[in-house]
Design a protein around this ligand. Structure first.
Ligand SMILES: [Fe+2]
Length: 417
C-alpha cells in the first residue's frame, strides 16, 4: 500500500497496485534458484503513481494492512517527479555497473566478492541531493540463485531507490543460464534466468523477458540494450536499438546515450584483450554503424570491473585528439566502461590501445551533468572518496549534431569533414 501526498499536504491515496507473484517462479528457475537457493518470496508489489506533475516533489510512505484492518506505516520519504522530455534544466545522471552487496559487519559475504559495493552505495547516498537519476547497468545483486540475497541488496540501496529513479540493465548474473533463451549459455545467474531482476526492479520494457528499453529524462535519451540477448543485425533487438536512436528530437534532447552490460564497444580489460577483439565478438562491428549514423554521444558498459574511457572513436580510430573538451561537429562516440561499482576488480591488457585515453583499476562511477541543450560535463568519481579523477566537457549546438561526417549521412549528401 502506498500513500502519497503532494508537497504541502493533500493525500491522494492509493493509485494502483500490481501483484507480481513469484510463486510461479520455481517453474522457470534453475539450480540453485529452485533448490537450496529458493525461499518463498511472498508477494512483491509494484505501485504505479500516475498523473505526476513534472519536477514536483512528492512525499509518500508505504504501509501494510494487517488482517484486522489496521495499517502499519513505514516512514515518509520523498522523490521529485522527472522533468518532461526536452525540458531545459540542470539534470544529473549517475551510471555504474557490477555493484553487488556486502555485509556492514563483514560477517558472511562469500569470498568478500563485492568489496567496493558499500563504498559506492554510501558515496552516492551522501551526494544524493546532487543526483537526479541512477543507472545500475547489470550485475545488480550477485544473488546468483540465492533469492534472499535480493532482499539484502534491496535494503542496501534503499537510501537511493526510495528517492531517485533506479534504472537497471540486465547482466550475465541476472540472466544467463544454459538453454534458457539467453544469448550466452553460462550459469552466472545461478538459475534465476532474469526472473528476480525483472520482478524486483521495474523497467519500461515492452516485454520483461527481453530487457531492452528506452527512457527519456529531460534533455537525455537513454537506449538501454540487453547484452544477454542477441543484438546483431536482423534481430528484434537491433531494430529496437535503431528505432530508439532514430526517433529522438536532438533539438530538445541533444544528449543521446547508449547503455549495455557487456562491452559492445571498446574495452582493454584483460579478458577482452586476449583474443584482440577488445569487446564481445562481433558486437562493435554490428552496432558501430548505428552509433555513427545517429551520432550517439556516449556509450556505457559494465561487466569489466574497472574504469576506462575512449577518445571519440569510429572503426577503432580516434576521430579527435582532444581529451578534456569537445566542441563543434561530432564525429565519433565516446565509450566508457564503468564496471567498478563494487565487485572484485579486473586488470587491463599490458598494451594500451590508441583509443584508450584514461583507464584505472579502482571502484567508481560516472556522472553526467547536462546544464542546457549545448553544455555537458562528464565526471568519473572514485567510490572511496567521491572525488573526480577523470572529466571532460562538451559544448555543442544543434547544427553540430546535424552536420555530416563519415558514414553519418546518406552518400548523396556531400561530406563536410
Ligand atoms: Fe557481468
Amino acid at each position: 500500500m502506498v500513500q502519497q501526498a503532494g508537497k504541502g499536504g493533500g493525500e491522494r491515496g492509493i493509485t494502483r497496485e500490481r501483484e507480481a507473484c513469484m510463486r510461479e517462479g520455481p517453474v522457470r528457475l534453475g539450480e540453485p534458484a529452485r533448490s537450496v537457493g529458493w525461499r518463498d518470496p511472498g508477494f512483491i508489489h509494484t505501485a504505479f503513481l500516475t498523473d505526476l506533475w513534472p519536477n514536483k516533489e512528492y512525499y509518500y510512505k508505504i504501509g501494510h494492512m494487517l488482517p484486522d484492518g489496521n495499517v502499519t506505516w513505514g516512514k515518509f520519504s520523498s522523490f521529485r517527479a522527472p522533468p518532461y522530455p526536452g525540458q531545459k534544466s540542470l539534470q544529473r545522471v549517475v551510471i555504474f555497473g557490477d555493484m553487488g552487496k556486502a555485509e556492514r559487519d563483514g560477517s558472511n559475504e562469500y569470498s568478500n566478492y563485492q568489496p567496493g559495493s558499500l563504498n559506492t552505495t554510501d558515496t552516492l547516498i551522501k551526494d544524493l541531493d546532487n543526483i537526479d537519476i541512477v543507472f545500475h547497468i547489470g550485475d545488480i545483486s550477485y544473488a546468483n540463485g540465492y533469492i534472499s540475497q535480493w532482499d539484502q541488496f534491496a535494503q542496501q540501496v534503499e537510501g537511493i531507490t526510495s528517492r531517485v529513479p533506479y534504472m537497471i540493465a540486465s547482466g550475465n548474473h541476472e540472466r544467463d543460464w544454459p538453454n534458457s533463451g539467453s544469448f550466452f549459455n553460462g550459469t552466472d545467474s545461478g538459475g534465476e534466468c532474469g526472473v528476480l531482476a525483472e520482478t524486483m526492479y521495474y523497467t519500461p520494457t515492452e516485454n520483461r523477458a527481453n530487457y531492452w528499453y528506452s527512457t527519456d529524462y529531460g534533455m537525455f535519451r537513454f537506449c538501454i540494450a540487453d547484452s544477454e540477448h542477441d543484438w546483431r543485425e536482423g534481430t528484434e533487438q537491433y531494430k529496437f536499438i535503431e528505432n530508439c536512436l532514430a526517433t529522438v528530437d536532438r533539438k530538445k534532447q541533444p544528449w543521446l546515450i547508449f547503455i549495455a552490460h557487456r562491452v559492445l564497444g571498446y574495452s582493454s580489460g584483460f579478458f577482452y584483450g586476449i583474443d584482440g577483439a577488445f569487446a564481445e565478438p562481433t558486437s562493435r562491428q554490428s552496432l558501430q554503424k548505428l552509433w555513427q549514423k545517429y551520432r550517439v554521444d556516449m556509450a556505457f558498459y559494465g561487466h569489466v570491473h574497472n574504469y576506462e574511457r575512449t577518445c571519440p572513436v569510429y572503426e577503432e580510430k580516434c576521430t579527435s585528439s582532444e581529451k578534456s573538451h569537445y566542441s563543434g561537429t561530432m564525429n565519433g562516440t565516446i565509450h566508457v566502461v564503468v564496471g567498478g561499482g563494487g565487485s572484485h576488480l579486473s586488470n587491463f591488457t599490458t598494451e594500451v590501445p590508441a583509443w584508450s585515453i584514461y583507464r584505472e583499476m579502482d571502484y567508481g562511477f560516472a556522472k553526467l551533468t547536462a546544464f542546457n541543450y549545448s553544455s555537458l560535463l562528464y565526471e568519473y568519481k572514485r567510490s572511496s572518496d567521491g572525488k573526480v579523477y577523470d572529466s571532460f566537457t562538451v559544448n555543442r549546438e544543434y547544427r553540430d549534431v546535424l552536420a555530416c561526417v563519415k558514414d553519418s549521412c546518406p552518400p548523396t549528401i556531400p561530406v563536410t569533414s
